[in-house]
Structure formats: structure tokens, C-alpha cells
Design a binder for this molecule. Sequence first.
Ligand SMILES: *Cc1c(COP(=O)(O)O)cnc(C)c1O
Length: 373
Amino acid sequence: MSERSVLGDGTRVVRAGLPPAVPGQPFLPGPVFAAPYHLDPATGPVPGRDGYGRTDNPTWRALESAIGDLEGGECVVFSSGMAAITAVLLTVLRPGDTVVLPADGYYRTRALAAQTLAGLGVTVREVPTAGRYPPFDGVALVLLETPANPGLDVCDIAALASVAHGAGALVAVDSTTATPLGQQPLALGADLVVASGTKALTGHSDLVLGYVAGPALDPIRNWRNGTGAVPGPFETWLAHRSLSTLDLRLARQSATAAAVADLLATRPEVGSVRWPGRPADPAYPVASRQMRRIPGIVTFTLPDAAHVARFLGATRLVGAATSFGGPHTTADRRAQWGDPVPDGLVRLSCGLEDTADVVADLTAALDTAAGSG
Ligand SMILES: *Cc1c(COP(=O)(O)O)cnc(C)c1O
């Protein structure tokens, strides 16, 4: 039987970053816990050989090889998504530079820019993900986030990368909500991908991690070593172990999100349902061209915070929690964290439960919250 030349997503995530098969060895070697490693007493540290735990770790390299395969570039893993974003912003930007950030993206990125970049003499310009984008003349870095968290607007990575490159700007894409199975920013022309591995990528709500992917990451690797924003070997290993189920998890989460978005669209008390996979969604045309699958996140608004509290109090299957992409369906009222969105805006993360159970539970909880249950 001839092997298919292009392996499917399920096959790729199961095999990503695994060492060659050796009888008596595990499929995925366990985490390596080391601060110093033995040195050659005569030659001392040798490039390419593990020497110290802030610089070198084989468990990192295995996960980096896995994510790098999926993103189509090199990968450097970090202790969190914010550590990875910080690495990109501060290795690229210099005083006097201008950076373009999403006005509706992850709120901590804007806070970091306001607190740190502005103080370093970097001009920060915020643009909504859906546009319109101003000309990029004089811009050093354009950081896109698509689909944007929490509002789920989508931008055209290839078109924006082409305009930005014409103006001499670098383009980085925060691809956290999509994961590398959802879209391939590097193939679409982005220079760098940055993401949180805390969310759907690893998907078990049990670790915090981030990564940068791109073609030549020595400055990013040096930044990690210099600032010490290193992930723990155990988290790194857990992330690699969890990657093998990414295809299956996204399939269930996305199918449930489709059903939930359809349900929410029928509810009179629910406003602005956003899920880029719904043909009625404003992001649908770009998302359906650019994305290979749509995340299991649905964002919508209820009339106010009290209505959200009644809804959360009434559900049996939806946990009140932030983050997304885990096995349990969760809902987060984003304004409670200081995200500048309407008080009743809810970001719902669809888990791995049976779709019909989630839809039935949401229906009952919405009825109760509206006073009709
Ligand atoms: C969560 C998130 C981050 C930050 O990741 P952490 O792992 O929590 O530091 C960055 N960008 C997006 C889009 C996120 O959702």
C-alpha cells in the first residue's frame, strides 16, 4: 500500500515531535528535570550539548519540534503566552518605532503595550481586527490576532501581510484561538506566530505555556535565555502528551459551538452571537477562506451582569471560569476582568461533553435566567 504523501491532521498531531521508534523505549520520553547537566571535565560546555536548564532542555526540544512541524517553522516554547508575546514585542521593537495592535484582542497585550512599550518610547496604535487598517508606513511591527479574543472578528492575514511587507513592517499573528490546525499564519505570509499553549492547543485546563514560531528564531531563543521566561519540563511534557488529541478535541468543540451558536441565535434575550463558522456571521467570508477549522468558542451578550449570573447559577454543565479550549464547557463574563466589553458579554468555551447535553443544558439555563424556566 502506498503511503499518502500528505498526512491528515489526526495523524500529524499523534506523531508530531516523537523520537524514532526504539525497542524498549516509550513513544514519548518522560520529562527531563535538570538544572545543570554533566559537563565534559576537559572541554567544558559544548554548543549543541545540554549544559544548563535555563538554556537547554530535551523535553522543550521535543515539543518545539512538534509545534514547529504543525506551524511550518521553528518553535521556541515559553512559560506562558504573555511571555511569548513579550519576547516578540521586545526583541523587534526599539524606541521611536510604531507597533500596530488589535484594539479588540487579548486585553493583557494592550495593557503590556500601554504599561511597558509606551514607556520605552514605542508608539502604540490600536486597530480593530475587522479593520479598517490605516496605511502601515513607518510601522515596524503589525501584531494581528485572529480570530480575536473575545469578540471573534477575523482579519485576512495574507492580504494584510502583503500590505505590511510593502511598507517594510514585520507581521506577527497571535493564533491562540485558532491553533495550528485552524490556520497556518506562516504559510499565509506572516513572519512570526505567537500563541498561548494554555488554551485549546493543550486543552486540559492543567498548564500555562506559550510559544513563538517562525523561520529563524535565534533572537527569540536568546531572549528566553536572557530573561529566563522558561517553561517547566513537566508542563512542557504534559503539553506534548496532550497534543496528540488536538484533532479530536477541536472536532467536538467546533461541532458543539456550531450547535450552540444556532441555539443562541434563536433567543430573544441574546444579542450579537459571534461564531465565525456561521454563514450569518460577519467574519464568515474571511474565516471560511482562511481557516481550516473554526474554534469551539462562541461569544454573545446577555442584557446585563445579573442576567449572566442567573444563567451561570442555573446551568449544570457550564462552569464559571476563564480561559478556553479545555475539556469542560465554561463561560466567562469578560468585563469582570477589566476587558472593555459590554457587561453582559459572555465568552463560552465548548468542551468535550456530548453536544446534545450542552445544548439542552444551555437551553434550560437560559430559560431559567430569563424567568421562564
Ligand atoms: C490567553 C491568551 C494569551 C495569553 O496567554 P497566557 O498563556 O495566559 O499567558 C494571549 N493571547 C490570546 C489570544 C489569549 O487568548
